[in-house]
Design a protein around this ligand. Structure first.
Ligand code: AMP
Ligand code: MG
Length: 357
């Protein structure tokens, strides 16, 4: 079996800043937790949580109690949203064709369904039976036959997920199953940031398995520097400077298998029931809402470069970095001043800027 891509630990990683006593690299990388006496706005508390099938690193400029509160909130959301945990709300709904959701789950489902509509079904939360048929839920990978996929696709249609947000009642048409894997981490990041904000935190960085979400900037007011992973290796294609924003990547290299020389990855084109193959290898979305960025990173990957650019042109709530399989980098114009290449001296040479006009 040939490996098409290096398998990185993190899909977006953090760079050491160049000045000040704190740096993004320190913030994301260290496991050391200061004692309560040391905890102050000048010294972050850091911690690791394993949840949602990934390692999450939290860096909070605030007290130790906030780290525990953030951890509890993540665990609470995981226990509601997991597609595999038998006690979760989503598992319950998937196995009984409906049910009543908590306010969190109803809120996420409602907003994620809006994204399915907005992306014209490139994002489809009912894709789960197809994801499972390819083995992405268990790691027992296989290429399903055409007939099998056609049968499964008959149960894929997000418009048949019927949700009454006020009461939380949801019902699914027969044999449908919901998968929130494309949006759950982004939503969780938003919820943790809201919680920290309520407690007066003005600086924090969450790395939820490659989904990076920033609260404020660094304590000295400078932006966080977030590296966008190179889909072809362990390096990075560029650095984004952000304040109060999410930077969320969908990459083909995150989960994939190779059979008969062909690479199949975990992002599925709902129209075909098969891993999408359109020339893109990674899509990074930058914006205020983690949920929106997470949903759109998956959706724009499905759309392909041209349709993704057209979609961005009609939107005003995100920017994007798109990398194609021939190594070309495309950025939307709102990132022109905040994106830089690893070789600082070369400006944006070789990068294509997608413009509105
Ligand atoms: P992400 O890493 O955010 O792009 O999410 C990828 C995950 O979302 C996959 O592992 C699947 O569980 C699920 N997924 C794959 N394709 C789609 C799709 N077109 N719409 C919604 N969810 C998808
Ligand atoms: Mg996503």
């Amino acid at each position: 079996m040939k490996r098409a891509f290096a398998l990185p630990l993190l899909l977006v990683f953090l760079l050491t800043g160049c000045s000040g006593r704190t740096s993004a690299g320190q913030a994301a990388g260290t496991e050391q937790t200061p004692s309560p006496e040391q905890s102050s706005a000048a010294q972050p508390v850091t911690g690791t949580v394993f949840a949602m099938d990934t390692v999450m690193e939290l860096t909070i400029y605030g007290g130790e109690d906030l780290l525990s509160a953030a951890r509890e909130r993540i665990e609470e959301l995981e226990s509601k949203l997991s597609v595999t945990e038998e006690s979760s709300e989503i598992y319950g709904v998937n196995h009984s064709g409906g049910g009543t959701l908590s306010a969190d789950t109803a809120d996420l489902l409602s907003r994620a369904l809006d994204l399915c509509g907005r992306t014209n079904g490139a994002l489809d939360l009912s894709i789960y039976p197809v994801v499972r048929a390819w083995g992405f839920t268990t790691g027992e990978y296989r290429v399903p036959g055409r007939g099998e996929l056609e049968k499964l696709l008959a149960h894929v249609d997000y418009t048949r997920i019927d949700l009454d947000e006020a009461s939380g009642r949801v019902s699914l048409a027969d044999s449908m199953e919901i998968d929130l894997g494309s949006v759950a981490k982004g939503y969780t990041g938003d919820q943790v940031i809201a919680l920290l904000r309520e407690h007066g935190v003005t600086s924090a960085l969450l790395n939820l398995g490659g989904n990076v979400q920033a609260l404020g900037g660094k304590p000295d007011g400078s932006p966080w520097r977030i590296a966008v992973r190179d889909p072809f290796g362990d390096g990075y294609v560029g650095i984004l400077e952000v304040v109060d924003q999410a930077v969320i990547t969908s990459g083909g290299y995150e989960r994939y298998f190779v059979e008969d020389g062909q690479t199949y990855w975990h992002i599925i084109d709902p129209a075909a029931g098969a891993p999408v193959r359109n020339g893109l290898v990674s899509v990074t979305i930058v914006g205020e809402s983690g949920l929106v960025c997470d949903g759109l990173s998956t959706a724009l990957f499905v759309m392909g470069l041209e349709d993704a650019a057209a979609f961005w042109q009609q939107s005003d709530d995100f920017e994007a970095v798109l990398v194609t399989e021939d190594g070309q980098i495309h950025i939307t114009e709102g990132l022109e001043d905040v994106f830089s290449l690893p070789d600082q001296g070369s400006g944006l040479e070789g990068v294509t800027v997608i413009r509105r006009g």
